[in-house]
Design a protein around this ligand. Sequence first.
Ligand code: FAD
Ligand code: NAG
Ligand code: NAG
Ligand code: NAG
Ligand code: NAG
Length: 595
Amino acid sequence: MEAQPITTDSYVLPGCWMLLLCWHSMLKLHATFCYLLLLLSLFGLACSDFPFIEDATQSRLKSEYDYIIVGGGTAGCPLAATLSQKFRVLVLERGGIPYGNPNIERIERFEQNLAEVNDSAPAQEFISEDGVMNHRARVLGGGTCLNAGFYSRCSDEYARRAGWDLALVKESFLWVEERVVFVPVLRQWQAAVRAGLLESGVLPDRGVTFDHLIGTKTSGSIFDQQGHRHTAADLLRAANFSNIAVLVHATVSRILFAGSCGGLPGCKPRAFGVIYSDRQGIDHLALLSSGPSNEVILSAGALGSPQLLLLSGIGPAQDLASFGIPEVLDLEEVGKGMADNPTNAVVVPSPRPVELALLQIVGITDFGSFIETGSAPASVLAGGLLAGTTVPPMNRSRALTDQIMSQLRAIQNTAPSLSSQIGFILEKVIGPLSNGDLRLNTTDIRDNPLVRFNYFSQPQDLDRCIRGMRAIERVINSPAMATFTFRRVADIPEPLMNAVRLIGNMLPSNTADSDAVARFCRDTVMTIWHYHGGCQMGRVVDKDYRVFGVDALRVVDGSTYEFTPGTNPQATTMMLGRYMGIQILRERLQSEPKV
Ligand SMILES: Cc1cc2nc3c(=O)[nH]c(=O)nc-3n(C[C@H](O)[C@H](O)[C@H](O)COP(=O)(O)OP(=O)(O)OC[C@H]3O[C@@H](n4cnc5c(N)ncnc54)[C@H](O)[C@@H]3O)c2cc1C
Ligand SMILES: *[C@@H]1O[C@H](CO)[C@@H](O)[C@H](O)[C@H]1NC(C)=O
Ligand SMILES: *[C@@H]1O[C@H](CO)[C@@H](O)[C@H](O)[C@H]1NC(C)=O
Ligand SMILES: *[C@@H]1O[C@H](CO)[C@@H](O)[C@H](O)[C@H]1NC(C)=O
Ligand SMILES: *[C@@H]1O[C@H](CO)[C@@H](O)[C@H](O)[C@H]1NC(C)=O
């Protein structure tokens, strides 16, 4: 079968029109102007950033590649760019392109991006069975198109535990950082919280570093200093353009397997392609070209990858049977170990305005709790983050969130200064140790699976939260924060207090009472969207990310983690895409690839 054409009509067509126009105007003796235009259009064609991205409706019904990557997200994009140096790569992404969407590209639209949750929006909402509202990405670039931008590497210890080659880890981090990472300049609020962390003993001062070290630091961001977001999709610029095709609005519904040999020993089912559907619901077939090393690689994220394995017949036999899915392999561990780091935030009313900055600094405590801080107008803050956390998880609802959001927007419109007098400080638990599972709800890949995280089911997680809340209290009471806090609750102006009550929670009044703080931790728990697991290393994939029990199939994304890497995962997840790309090239070329 012929391979996919890798150019888009959208760039070629204007060029052709220009040519015609020139021909026509030449006769009218406007040639100079016209040649200039033609030159410009050719220049545009040569420089168009992504001539290899196409909508799936335009793709062939059948095509062949050396690698098929499912999910053009945080790990998928760097992986694809790297593999394309030597092999023909197809990326299938269910969402659209991020470019030109201001909700994605602008920092002040962070909330709006998460609030728009219709069937075609980049953010897909899901509510875990714990009752906590959450989001997953549906766009080229994945989570990096929705996230708060904070960039911080995993520790060397984490990398060693994962069995990674530390030198290649370092190289891969640098490769990512060169392309999409910036160092923020701290303004008033972020600088004050940073100083407050130091004053309250989260030491030493690590200055500016991407490394994971105990103490307080400023880290990187994928937002540049102008507030423009850079994403994993930008990493596709590093691809070999003649070896890669990226299809957007291509939703993979099934991985295809050949030859289970009726369970004969030593004979494994082998992935040979996938089925994906376009926006019109038409199914297409993408196949691996012949070659013993060609592979399908899932990078569909912590919800997407286990869900797709289940729908393709790999998972607990009983669960597959209950949905009538033909079993390819009984693999009990698919969907197990789903975890989301419990996060609790405290809202801080301030006499002075705080600046628009999402996350720029972190305090890495020695007791397993990370302290971060956000500052932004109230509605930006609340959007995905806090709204709803004023009631316990099982009482939350979309209706409640919508109601809060519209009230906050009203405040922002009528009293913009008031809406910027709110900062928040959050605490995220390392790990976590508590976890749950993922199961299918329907057999439609577009529907969310059922996910349960069991927040705080392990006492150690709860203990870390309690200590984290006390650390936040010390920061709020530190001298560095004096100009950002009211001395007494009675000093807080009534309208500001109303906004604060709407948006979230202030510290519990008696933080010495462990039971009261524990209750606060449980009742105000939210997500910081670092959920992971479902295809964990050692349970679903081996140390080379190959799925146990089948051939030609790997998973490379956040679903493979047992614990979240670093303080926030995106750095390590982009790194992992690059890292595994290089490892696969090395394995295959049996030598150092020059890429
Ligand atoms: C709102 C928010 C804020 C966050 N803030 C931060 C932060 O500040 N710092 C940080 O480090 N991390 C942050 N994170 C977390 C981080 O962004 C994620 O952990 C990371 O992006 C996950 O990467 P991934 O490659 O595992 O999955 P993703 O990036 O989600 O990639 C999966 C991709 O697969 C696609 N896909 C899924 N199923 C299919 C299918 N069947 N067919 C085709 N395509 C499919 C999806 O559309 C998606 O593009 C945040 C996340 C969110 C949502
Ligand atoms: C869905 O959301 C997207 C952007 O987030 C928006 O462009 C589009 O108009 C919305 N569609 C509907 C039907 O509301
Ligand atoms: C890109 O791929 C083409 C086609 O395989 C190959 O000829 C070319 O050498 C590659 N370019 C680089 C820079 O590796
Ligand atoms: C939460 O819901 C339960 C059961 O419906 C109810 O008893 C309780 O009062 C609610 N709590 C809050 C804070 O809304
Ligand atoms: C599960 O599917 C049912 C039926 O389609 C739907 O009503 C329900 O909302 C789904 N549950 C979740 C958590 O998505």
